[in-house]
Design a protein around this ligand. Sequence first.
Ligand SMILES: O=P(O)(O)OP(=O)(O)OP(=O)(O)OC[C@H]1O[C@@H](n2cnc3c(O)ncnc32)[C@H](O)[C@@H]1O
Ligand SMILES: [Mg+2]
Length: 271
Amino acid sequence: MTQRVLLATGNTKKLTELRRIIADNDLDLEVVGLRDIDPYPDPVESEWTFEGNALIKAREGMIHSGLPSLADDSGLCVDALGGMPGVRSSRWNGPEQEDIANLELVLRQIEDVPRGRRQAQFVAVMALVMPDGREFTTRGEMTGHLTNRSKGSRGFGYDPIFVPDEQVPDADGRLRTSAEMTADEKDAISHRGRAVRAILPILARELGLPVPEGLRVEPGALPGADREGPEPTLPASEWTAQIPVIGRPEQGGAKPAPPGVPSSGVTPLEP
Ligand SMILES: O=P(O)(O)OP(=O)(O)OP(=O)(O)OC[C@H]1O[C@@H](n2cnc3c(O)ncnc32)[C@H](O)[C@@H]1O
Ligand SMILES: [Mg+2]
């Protein structure tokens, strides 16, 4: 029987991307959105880390639906702004969450910053909360730089001003913004694509589904792999899986991984 999973996000563009990436990976899952369950108040995203806010949204989703629940917390971290807007990306210009006003404010804030110092990265953290309270997070990043004006109409949020590093220039040597890329091109390199592809093997294992071809990892490499054995040394809420991250240490309110912790494997979440 097809199992149901909730994607607890109020952002329909994000939901579309998440559904598309899950569908591309052939998991026998029905992905329901917030519109498919009884409404509940938006949770307050009160944490200073993407992990913390993703867990807040996934926990609320699980409590109100009883379903295994996924949630994404993401944002744009701009080096010249000390890693901001980061976890505040959707409310950067105020509580209205208007993409264009947020993007224009960032452009104004960096208008005097020269091209060589306009590096930024998108970060996405996916949280999974199971009905038994087990919790997991995965992280993906996409590095790039910011343009000085919007280009392209695909994607959402800050896509029209973000030029990903991982792309081949066109015949004129021009690089595209992520709003000029096709959905498949963005998914292949995006922060969300990476975070979702990292959580899918964990979700599959937790639901007893076959792990999709191409997403297989060593069984012991997944957090909670010892769930049939002795209790984990950390509470379930403190396990996180990290995928290899390209680029600089995390910013925007999130703490860098503690020294000595490998870029993939199990690390504790900050309190
Ligand atoms: O909290 P939910 O309900 O999931 O929806 P949201 O839009 O409020 O989501 P976040 O709190 O995670 O804020 C993420 C913001 O970061 C930006 N962002 C995240 N991923 C992006 C992407 O792939 N392309 C462009 N902008 C993105 C965009 O402004 C989002 O509104
Ligand atoms: Mg939000």
